[in-house]
Design a protein around this ligand. Structure first.
Ligand code: NAD
Length: 499
């Protein structure tokens, strides 16, 4: 695996941020570049149970002052964080590409998005947090108010190391909560850089805390802490559901964004070149390591062969290489464990009877890394594991169908419901698809991955639980509502007074 625990390190060590101070630990995570496994980025302190306790205590103590801070104070801090991220997006993007393996272009765009998210939620503090209604009762006022929920734990995955933390931390702070942030153990570099920016933005001590470490230890201690009022989690469905059940059992609030097995339907009338571009983008960009990746390509039989031929030609042009080389289209997968998982799925696909056309091979580059060529299967069936389980790698399966109705039924035949796409020019089919696909996000003549930064993220079935993330919709998670019926004394209107 790409991560080792060091007890004695002489490399640069980066510390956790607890109660306004940087704190070292006796154990560290060593962060290694998946494009060049000789390149050790740094060592990151693993938070202990005491660190978790201290961070949650600090966040609890900081709550009264932060939750009563003014909109202006919150705006200035969040806006300053967004500005610095955007100003430093090339440097932050390079660090992200170096530690996660997505291409430099994708990584710089992600850094920019993270900055934009802080700016979006900076502005959000000025929106109304109170709604008034006319009461049924004479002389009674009725208001619905919003209050912060308390200490929020943000638990994040490795595949968007800046954007996902940004879309959890920024709204948590904007709505007046305090934060304990636990990033994925594979991407401590980006998490630490983000925390360092946040640490200088003027937040009172304890409002924001960074705790790095393994999910099963540091993560579990955070989500099980009784003073953590809510957990916003993005990651795999198995872990999300487990965390969700334990937080629910102790009465905490939960927001879960989890896995996907996203279909892209291509119909007879589709523009073939565009359909191939959407499929290539959705299936293989970011090395297929996106929750919204198109891993099931559902194609009508009349165009099946020409679609597959065009895919193979396009795939030959994809340049696999070091993530930091601007010419690279597909970087390495994130870790050795992920590489092994992908190779295993190639074996499983073959075993289940799918036809393996290309890719799925380890590729040698100038530097040692976890390089894998994008893989394409045909003859895939809905019951095969490669069509049911989230692979989270550059592996796509083409499924041949007779018509749109069969395509839709296969698209919905999954435990997941995150994103789904269709390529067609038939307006009535598009309308039918939007109404009948059971997914939280729908893409028409676009790749299944790639959402506007200010749009909500939401899924169905095993993909999500709780209110959407991002946009103003996430307020449902980050605030509790308080309904106030008030009778301020007799207040009759003039007509009634006369009678
Ligand atoms: P993961 O579930 O392995 O880990 C996610 C986070 O949870 C990490 O920080 C991990 O340390 C922590 N964790 C693990 N066990 C824990 C425990 N018992 N208690 C508390 N925390 C624990 O996921 P990953 O491999 O980092 O990320 C890939 C997954 O994320 C994929 O399934 C992908 O689909 C999903 N994802 C979903 C979205 C979305 O918006 N729906 C976005 C990005 C990624």
């Amino acid at each position: 695996i790409t991560m080792t625990i060091q007890h004695n390190n002489d490399q640069e060590t980066k510390h956790n941020f607890i109660a306004g101070e940087w704190r070292n630990s006796s154990n560290h995570i060593q962060n290694i570049n998946p494009s060049d496994t000789n390149d050790v980025i740094a060592s990151y302190a693993i938070a202990t149970k005491d660190d978790v306790q201290d961070a949650v205590s600090a966040a609890t103590s900081a709550l009264p002052a932060w939750s009563s801070s003014t909109s202006g104070e919150r705006f200035d801090i969040l806006d300053a964080i967004g500005t610095e991220i955007i100003q430093r997006k090339e440097e932050l993007g390079d660090l992200l590409a170096r530690e996660e393996g997505k291409t430099l272009k994708e990584a710089v765009a992600e850094a920019h998005r993270a900055g934009s998210l802080f700016k979006f939620f900076a502005a959000e503090v000025y929106r109304s947090d109170t709604e008034g209604y006319r009461s049924l009762r004479e002389g009674v006022s009725l208001q619905v108010q919003r209050e912060p929920i308390g200490v929020v734990a943000a638990i994040t995955p490795w595949n968007f190391p800046l954007a996902i933390p940004a879309w959890k931390i920024a709204p948590a702070l904007a709505y007046g909560n305090t934060v304990v942030f636990k990033p994925s153990e594979l991407v401590c570099g980006s998490a630490w850089a983000l925390a360092e920016i946040i640490s200088r933005a003027g937040l009172p001590d304890g409002v924001f805390n960074l705790l790095m470490g393994q999910g099963s230890e540091t993560g579990a201690a955070i989500v099980e802490h009784p003073n953590v009022a809510g957990v916003t989690f993005t990651g795999s469905s198995d872990i999300g559901r487990k965390i969700g059940a334990s937080v629910f059992a102790r009465g905490g609030k939960i927001q879960l964004e989890m896995g996907g097995k996203n279909p892209l339907i291509v119909l007879d009338d589709a523009d073939l070149d565009k359909a191939v571009e959407y499929a290539i983008n959705g299936a293989f960009f970011s090395c297929g390591q996106r929750c919204t990746a198109s891993s099931r390509l559902i194609v009508t039989e009349n165009i099946h062969d020409s679609f597959v031929d065009a895919m193979l030609k396009r795939m030959e042009l994809l340049r696999i290489g070091n993530a930091r080389n601007p010419k690279t289209d597909i970087g390495p997968v994130v870790s050795e464990a992920q590489l092994k998982k992908n190779l295993e799925y190639i074996r499983v696909g073959l075993n289940d009877g799918a036809k393996h056309l290309t890719g799925g091979l380890q590729v040698e580059q100038e530097t040692p890394g976890w390089y894998l060529s994008p893989a394409l299967f045909t003859g895939a069936k809905s019951e095969m594991k490669i069509c049911r389980e989230e692979i989270f790698g550059p592996i796509a399966a083409v499924m041949s169908v007779s018509d749109y109705d069969e395509a839709l039924s296969i698209a919905n035949d999954t435990e997941f419901g995150l994103s789904a796409g269709i390529v067609t020019n038939d307006r009535s089919i598009i309308d039918h698809f939007i109404a009948n696909i059971n997914s939280g996000m729908v893409q028409i003549n676009l790749p299944t991955a790639g959402m506007d930064f200010h749009a909500p993220i939401t899924g169905r079935k095993n993909s999500s639980f709780g209110p959407p993330e991002k946009s103003s919709y996430c307020r449902e998670f980050f605030t509790n509502t308080k309904v106030v019926h008030a009778n301020y004394g007799k207040r009759l209107n003039s007509k009634k007074e006369e009678s």
